[in-house]
Design a protein around this ligand. Structure first.
Ligand code: ADP
Length: 490
């Protein structure tokens, strides 16, 4: 998992915030619930204290000797605090206890635990008092003046057990909900982040497809009216500017190479005329021959540049037609066999007819010419160059294999780059400028094909071109099938 990714950070922030809010709200409701339940219990105890004060007002009219007895009777009858886990105490001003709920009993609260009231007391007061075993109780005190002028404090209390157990239940419910809320936060966050980043994915997928060959394409503009829309518009403007400057430099190369072709042809013609002059002094002939070689090399470079600029302009597959690649390979090999003959090379052409492809015949011929030319150039005399065309897995495969000097492994990945030469000096001697294979690659790519090379230095190289296979037309003629050309010049 990539913890630095925007997706991960948004997800953790979202889930973290949601969980944090849930915990804060949970704790706040827990505190509010505990407070409100405690307040309600305090209020009910204060009501009870007032009710006891009313009873006291009634019995206070009786002589003092019976006051305590009658009051106890009335309180036991009305509230039975000993049985109900309640605490009631009436204290006269000065500290004398007039009544106190029983200290023993199944559900009694011991007054010793509650402690004595501290006179003077306020008219009404509420307190929380700790009980043994971690329990606590609320105690409401009500000050009351009887008709005889005596002041009493009536206290009523009840344990907070039910409040504590209700609050604890709520807390347990919150704890049980935490993993559920966590999962919802993660799942929802993942869905939201994925949804929010979908336009970004779409933009980057389109951006990955755009290269110098299709700078006319544009990125999708997310109509969101936010940073994403601004970003896609800004990127599109940048691609537009890049497209302009690419077009400009392509036009420049095309115009420059086109302009150079004519003067170079004239120069070459003139030099050839001079060189063929019979009365030319030998040292002059040698110098002019060198100049002629350089002009021929320059013409090749200019031709290569001109081809590349036209390929870049989308002319690599301008005139598409269906044709037999095997037949084209055989005729091209036939034409080039003279070159091989000069170098004392054997050319074998294994091309089974009926390997149909669709594309620009002249351009694909250039592919075969360039590959054969290289194979002949870089194979020493006595070697063999084999050209094969076959159909396999719905693909047309053209292979040029030689028994030449080979290519070092470290050079293979850069072989199809423009102006790349394995050995500059060696390539220069052969008149190469490093453009032949990049032209091959451009043409193959424009035909939805591929070209790859494998080589063993000192043993030879193989270049394999793969193109989409077409179905042979109905009038292709059966007699042409499975015929193998064998050219052998030695
Ligand atoms: P060049 O015109 O210089 O031959 P290419 O683009 O055709 O340019 O080839 C690039 C380089 O690849 C050449 O300089 C050469 O060193 C190497 N190369 C191409 N084909 C072969 C081959 N069949 N055998 C050995 N080396 C080759």
């Amino acid at each position: 998992m990539n913890t630095r990714s925007l997706r991960f950070q948004l997800l953790t922030w979202y889930a973290g915030l949601l969980l944090g809010v849930f915990v804060i709200i949970g704790v706040a409701t827990y505190l509010a619930l505990a407070r409100s339940l405690t307040g309600a219990l305090e209020e009910s105890q204060m009501r009870r204290a007032r009710q006891v004060a009313h009873l006291l007002a009634d019995v206070a009219k009786a002589p003092h000797a019976f006051l305590q007895e009658r009051l106890a009777q009335e309180i036991e009858t009305s509230f039975a605090p000993g049985q109900n886990n309640r605490f009631i105490r009436v204290t006269a001003e000065g500290g004398a206890t007039v009544y106190s709920s029983p200290s023993r009993g199944e559900a009694a609260i011991d007054p010793a635990v509650v402690g004595d009231p501290h006179w003077p007391v306020r008219a009404e007061e509420r307190r929380t008092i700790p009980l043994p075993q971690g329990r606590s109780m609320v105690l409401a005190g009500h000050k009351f003046q009887a008709s005889d002028g005596k002041v009493y404090l009536v206290e009523a209390g009840a344990p907070l057990d039910s409040v504590q157990s209700d609050s604890r239940k709520w807390l347990m419910f919150l704890a049980a909900m935490l993993p559920i809320v966590g999962s919802i936060a993660l799942g929802g966050g993942y869905f939201l982040v994925k949804r929010a980043l979908t336009p970004v994915d779409r933009i980057s997928a389109s951006a990955e497809r755009i290269s110098s060959h299709n700078l006319g394409e544009r990125l999708p503009v997310a109509q969101t009216g936010d940073e994403l829309e601004r970003l896609s518009i800004a990127l599109n403007l940048m691609i537009h500017r890049l497209d302009d400057s690419f077009q400009h430099s392509r036009r420049f190369v095309a115009d420059a190479s086109h302009e150079l072709r004519t003067p170079l042809t004239i120069l070459r013609g003139e030099l050839e005329t001079f060189v063929s002059e019979p009365e030319l002094p030998p040292d002059w002939r040698e110098r002019l021959n060198t100049a002629l070689e350089e002009v021929v090399r320059l013409s090749h470079i200019v031709e290569g540049l001109f081809s590349i600029s036209r390929l870049d302009a989308g002319e690599a597959a301008a005139e598409r037609a269906k044709f037999d690649l095997a037949q084209l390979a055989a005729s091209t090999a036939d034409q080039m066999s003279l070159l091989a003959e000069d170098k004392n090379l054997r050319v074998i052409c294994n091309a089974t007819r009926g390997v149909w492809v669709e594309g620009d015949r002249a351009r694909l011929k250039q592919v075969i010419v360039n590959l054969l030319d290289n194979a002949i150039k870089y194979t020493p005399g006595g070697g063999t160059v084999t050209l094969g065309v076959s159909a396999r897995d719905n693909k047309a495969i053209l292979e040029v294999t030689d028994t030449g000097i080979g290519i070092p492994a470290e050079a293979l990945p850069r072989l199809f780059e423009r102006f790349f030469r394995v050995d500059k000096a060696r390539s220069r001697e052969q008149g190469g400028a490093g453009l032949g294979l990049s032209i091959v690659k451009s043409i193959c790519t424009a035909h939805q094909g591929t070209v790859e090379a494998c080589s063993t230095p000192g043993a030879g190289s193989t270049f394999r071109v793969t193109l989409p296979l077409e179905v042979a037309p109905a009038d292709a003629g059966k007699e042409n099938h499975a015929k193998t050309y064998e050219l052998q010049h030695s």
